[in-house]
Design a protein around this ligand. Structure first.
Ligand code: MSP
Length: 502
């Protein structure tokens, strides 16, 4: 099945930070998991380079908007690589192929009768690139997000008849109640729709930096419509010599945070309907990582700087921490101190230790060859057994429960550690009469670790890959606990998550 995953395209007016990395990692976890399931995945991310926020930032930096984009887009691209993102393409909205395709779609919206010329008067936030309705305004006519005083703008421009989509949108929400998850975000968007939709500006006359309207070249397209269309246009040029639109449209899952809900859950489906294009299957709205530094940590100072974390501990540790610490979907605080605690107790102790102990015992007691045995029934069965875990993780990820899926896996990491303590292989090794029992235990550990490494691969791709190599496991697709059998010669490797030294 084809599976198309996207992140928002990030504004080039700022430098990449942990918040951007977070969404990219979330999408990457799902992309990797779906590939393991054998799905045909296309994963897209990129940069949003038009519009007023970019123009303003460029002016401040003494650059043209294009220069600012050329400087910062590669930084976002590098951030993706650094966190281990496996996106198939990186789109920039300044790409002439994007611009051309945007013009085609907008012309269709025009020809279908969904635009008209008019005068706009209202409150505009240049940082959001958004007109605020009276009910959205903060105290003293401020932007509720940026808290800056807003300018009252009056201008002649083209309008999109959003108001006529009120009923079709309400129908969309009624027919597909889970098209926006979580529920409370769907309700938020629906309340906005039911509150009454006003037509929105489709163009800005004063701005020069954007996609010109094909029927009125004096005006550039309102940046949000240009930006949203990236999800659609990228498929026509994201892979050389191929048009992937038929194969991957509509989008399977859009990932984004709550800040841009209105654009994705109200404007975007309406705009697609106006263009006669199918609406995406699902949007996942996550919360905010709250990044105020507080307590000092041993090695990272007091703010969680993703670049510093990755340099010192690798991308896997950062990927793990973000999804373990904050329940995906909710807001939650992250900190350098919290990172170190989880790194030590969970990555270094729970998981890293389990892996190295298991490998070491196979080496010591069986000359590095995984015994050929059956898995110990105590590990397979019962509520905390490993059998069927792959299915439960899959169900949770189908519901985009990234944190709960990881929790299920982690409970089994702990279970295997308990198993080591209970079965005491070091005692069994002293008694030749227990040789068969020791075979069972060592095989169960090798198989348990292999199986967990496969489940953890989307979250911890680099270290899981190394561990699977050490276990002489060539495949990366998901399979079931106990399915492999023994006989492989394993390889000792350095600690996956070395302890932190002060
Ligand atoms: N350019 C628009 C999006 C256009 S999509 C067609 C934009 N860009 S942005 O650079 O501001 O990125 C916003 C997105 O970055 C959020 O929706 C979220 O995905 C991510 N995040 C930015 N800060 C974040 C946190 N502090 N926490 C979690 N995600 C955050 O809006």
């Amino acid at each position: 099945m084809s599976f198309y995953i996207t992140t928002p395209i990030y504004y080039v007016n700022a430098e990449p930070h942990l918040g951007h990395a977070y969404t990219t990692i979330a999408a990457d976890i799902v992309a990797r998991h779906m590939r393991q399931r054998g799905e045909d995945v296309f994963f897209l991310t990129g940069t949003d380079e038009h519009g007023e926020p970019v123009v303003q930032a460029a002016e401040k930096a003494g650059l043209t908007p294009r220069q600012l984009g050329d400087r910062n887009a590669p930084r976002f691209q590098a951030m993706g690589e650094l966190v281990g993102a496996t996106n198939d393409f990186f789109i920039r909205t300044t790409d002439p192929r994007h611009i051309e395709r945007v013009q085609e779609v907008i012309q269709r919206v025009h020809d279908n009768g969904h635009v008209y010329e008019g005068t706009y008067e209202g409150w505009y936030c240049p940082r959001c690139a958004d007109f605020k309705t009276e009910s959205e305004l903060g105290p003293g006519n401020t932007c509720p997000i940026h808290r800056i005083p807003l300018e009252r703008e009056k201008e002649d421009n083209w309008f999109f008849r959003l108001s006529t989509f009120q009923e079709p949108l309400e129908r969309l929400y009624a027919e597909r109640p889970d098209w926006i998850v979580p529920d409370f975000r769907a309700n938020e968007a629906l309340a906005f729709i039911r509150g009454g939709l006003h037509d929105v500006s489709l163009s800005r006359p004063k701005l020069k930096w954007g996609v010109p309207l094909p029927w009125d070249e004096e005006q550039v397209m309102y940046v949000w419509f240009d930006a949203l269309l990236n999800y659609y246009t990228a498929l026509s040029f994201g892979r050389d010599g191929e048009d992937l639109t038929e194969r991957f449209w509509p989008v399977s899952w859009h990932f984004l945070a709550k800040d841009i809900l209105k654009f994705h859950a109200v404007y975007w489906p309406a705009f697609l309907m106006a263009a006669g294009i199918e609406v995406p299957q699902r949007e996942l709205i996550h919360g905010y990582l709250l990044m105020e530094g507080h307590k000092m940590s041993k090695s990272l100072g007091n703010v969680l700087d993703p670049f510093a974390v990755i340099e010192r501990f690798g991308a896997d540790a950062l990927r793990f921490y973000c999804f373990r610490e904050v329940s995906f979907g909710q807001d939650g605080a992250v900190s350098a101190d919290g990172f170190e605690q989880r790194y030590e107790t969970e990555l270094a102790n729970d998981w890293g230790n389990l892996a190295s102990r298991s490998l070491a015992m196979i080496e010591r007691y069986r000359d590095g060859v995984v015994p050929d045995a059956e898995v110990d029934p105590v590990l397979a069965e019962g509520a905390d057994g490993l059998t069927g875990l792959d299915g439960r993780v899959r169900e949770l990820l189908d519901e985009v429960e990234l944190t709960q899926a990881l929790e299920q896996i982690w409970a089994r990491v702990r279970r295997l550690n308990r198993y080591v303590e209970e079965s005491r292989p070091w005692d069994l090794a002293k008694d030749p009469a227990e040789a068969e029992r020791l075979d069972t235990v060592l095989y169960s550990l090798a198989e348990g670790v292999r199986f967990l490494a496969l489940l953890l691969l989307p979250y911890l791709p680099e270290t899981s890959g190394r561990l699977l190599d050490a276990l002489a496991e060539g495949g990366r697709e998901m399979d079931v606990f106990g399915s492999r059998g023994g006989g492989q010669t394993i390889e000792r490797i350095p600690a996956l998550f070395p302890k932190i030294e002060a």
